[in-house]
Design a protein around this ligand. Structure first.
Ligand SMILES: NC(=O)c1ccc[n+]([C@@H]2O[C@H](COP(=O)([O-])OP(=O)(O)OC[C@H]3O[C@@H](n4cnc5c(N)ncnc54)[C@H](OP(=O)(O)O)[C@@H]3O)[C@@H](O)[C@H]2O)c1
Length: 263
């Protein structure tokens, strides 16, 4: 019976690049996101180019009923999943109290709740199969507090620690868990988070989503626990552990404040 890699947030950015990198390696895919037209054309294009089966499901992961419907369908086992990629995520930027609460809540619902629920449901199915692989997308920003994007950074700290914990727990069920912590990467993410990526681009060389995806699929093949693409990002992930926390907070606050959207 053919197996599938399920990728959330596969309609753009890192999720789309991961879908392409996995299809290139002959993996069948189930793509999940909200934009039907984008999913439809990506599914068509990937199956045409790589000769793999590509299904898609339209689902707003912040809507519990839609998520339940998706999980119910997946739990029937008609499309056995051997790789779950929890990639869908959104950011927000600016003073927390000045943000629209609905967006902050949606951030928690997608970045944390939906990810944990998918790990729980699909993890159970994989445990029954006695094998499987889970990749959760955190961020380099998850290694430290992030003033002016506090909710986002804290959501990624959750993903990082949750995934590392699960990795140890799920070993005995035959399931490997990895966590990807990209640094700033070219994608639609910056625009939707209301951040000025222009100033970021000037201060750092951003990796492309395709570079991140290639590094990630290679690391998955080696069953790496923690995947941090790029040497600069690896250094910046370690640095906050060496400095006092008050200094880390203040440096991060000064750095992040520069990205207030000028437009
Ligand atoms: N880009 C970066 O610099 C960066 C750095 C570190 C970590 N990351 C993380 O990498 C992941 C992918 O980000 P990206 O840069 O590729 O951003 P992106 O291009 O904005 O892609 C986000 C994806 O998530 C989906 N999504 C958003 N809200 C959703 C919802 N409510 N329900 C279902 N799908 C939803 C979007 O699809 P629809 O709009 O079609 O629903 C889209 O496919 C995120 O978890 C992000 O936090 C990104």
């Amino acid at each position: 019976m053919p197996h599938y890699a399920l990728i959330t947030g596969a309609s753009s950015g890192i999720g789309l690049a991961l879908a392409e990198a996995l299809a290139r390696r002959g993996r069948n895919l189930i793509l999940v996101a909200r934009r039907r037209a984008a999913l439809e054309s990506i599914a068509h294009e990937l199956s045409r180019r790589f000769g793999v089966e590509v299904l898609f499901r339209v689902c707003d992961l912040s809507e519990p009923l839609q998520l339940s419907g998706l999980l119910h369908e997946l739990e029937q086992g008609e499309w056995p999943i051997d790789l779950l990629v929890n990639n869908a995520g959104l950011g927000s930027y600016g003073a927390f109290v000045a943000q629209d609460w609905r967006r902050e809540q949606q951030l928690i619902e997608v970045n944390i709740l939906a990810l944990a629920r998918l790990c729980h449901a699909i993890g159970n199915v994989m445990a029954g199969q006695g094998s499987g692989q889970i990749l959760n997308i955190a961020a380099r920003a998850g290694f430290q507090p992030g003033p002016w994007m506090s909710n986002y950074c804290a959501s990624k700290t959750y993903v990082l620690h949750f995934s590392e914990g699960l990795r140890e727990e799920l070993k005995e069920y035959g399931i490997s868990v990895s966590v990807l912590c990209p640094g700033p990467t070219h994608s639609a993410f910056w625009r939707s988070a209301q951040m000025d990526s222009g100033s970021l681009d000037g201060s750092q060389r951003l990796l492309s989503a395709e570079q991140v995806a290639l590094i990630t699929v290679r690391a998955l093949e080696k069953n790496r626990a923690l995947i941090i693409p790029g040497w600069r990002n690896r250094l910046l992930a370690i640095a906050p552990r060496l400095a006092p926390r008050w200094l880390v907070r203040r440096v991060a606050a000064r750095f992040n404040r520069r990205f207030i959207h000028s437009g």
